[in-house]
Ligand binder design. Structure first.
Ligand code: CUA
Length: 331
């Protein structure tokens, strides 16, 4: 095999491997988990089918035009050619009109939930994380970050706004994208029957770490959801056995930006950390929420998410251990 061909094979296999990897875990709108997403997927298949058909037809006509000998005996070849051109224009307009109407129909059918939602969640976009709030009866609010929990089998209203630039909330398996637009509140809704965890992603370029602005949608049975939400509304448990020292480190180094409800200072720059240990990921889906990753994130966030507002926190190793003990106790 010549070097050029070998290179070509390497490029091809690397490309195929990358494509396969990209398809592996990445959520796709083609594997819908809700009725709304199913409508979008069906529309997607129709549009793909139409695009393939048009490509095949155009390629066919091109090939015929290339290889067919001209037939001088044909009567009035110019008029014949014009008829084909007119037919092409009519077919193009018809295909585009059908795609447009199909899209409008899908949008209209997905616009409103079948019944009035009993659960509302507010999602606020920040560079580059998601604040998640549940207004409760009696004026309380359950607050968390980067993880939206909803009950299975009932419609949920999602209110979206932004604290800075435009973001877009997208959980491909569950619903279409909805933008979080500066100066207004947008609304969408979800209804997912099958409990599970669905990954979402900011879908509007919003700066350096746009790609690391992930979100998890956790769909669970109603009782599990209600218990979870009630727990998120509670203040943090008092720092337990030996936790006091960690709380002290937190107050000195972290509380200017972060809130742990139930403690003295309450910063609002970064995510609310009241029940941090309940969450599955850190830094908006960037790393799993383990002690090692949490330590790495505190020690050098800029290595994990360059440009993030989280600065390096300079701590002694003893302070870091105490802080980790404290943060991991926040359930
Ligand atoms: Cu937020 Cu892209």
């Amino acid at each position: 095999m010549t070097p050029a061909r070998a290179d070509g094979r390497v490029v091809l296999s690397v490309t195929l491997a990358a494509a396969a990897a990209a398809c592996g875990d990445a959520p796709s709108f083609m594997t819908p988990a809700s009725q709304g997403a199913t409508r979008i997927a069906v529309l997607g298949w129709w549009l793909t089918g139409a695009a393939l058909m048009v490509t095949a037809l155009v390629t066919g006509f091109l090939l015929v035009a290339l290889f067919r000998r001209s037939r001088p005996e044909a009567a009035d070849p110019e008029a014949r050619a014009m008829r084909w051109i007119h037919a092409g224009i009519v077919a193009t307009v018809a295909v585009l009109a059908a795609a447009f109407l199909g899209t409008l129909f899908t949008l209209e059918r997905s616009a409103h939930p079948p019944t009035e939602p009993q659960v509302t969640v507010e999602v606020v976009g920040h560079q580059w994380w998601w604040e998640v709030r549940y207004p409760l009866e009696g004026g309380d609010t359950a607050v968390t970050a980067n993880e939206v929990h909803i009950p299975a089998g009932m419609p949920v209203r999602v209110r979206l706004r932004t604290a800075d630039v435009i973001h877009s909330f997208w959980v491909p398996e569950v619903a279409g994208k909805t933008d979080l637009t500066t100066g207004q509140t947008n609304e969408t809704w979800f209804e997912v029957d099958r409990p599970g965890t669905y990954r979402g992603q900011c879908a509007e370029y919003c700066g350096a770490q746009h790609a690391r602005m992930g979100i998890l949608l956790v769909v669970e049975p109603l009782e599990t959801f209600t218990a979870w939400r009630a727990r998120q509304a509670l203040p943090a448990r008092p720092a337990g056995e030996g936790g006091g020292a960690g709380l002290d480190v937190f107050q000195r180094h972290c509380a200017a930006c972060h809130t742990v409800r139930g403690t003295a200072r309450a910063g609002v720059v970064g995510p609310d950390l009241t029940h941090l240990a309940d969450r599955q990921t850190l830094a908006a889906g960037t790393v799993p929420n383990t002690r090692g990753h949490l330590g790495g994130w505190i020690a050098d966030p800029q290595a994990i998410k360059p440009g993030s507002l989280m600065p390096r926190v300079v701590l002694t190793s003893e302070e870091l251990v105490r802080l980790l003990d404290y943060l991991q106790s926040l359930r």
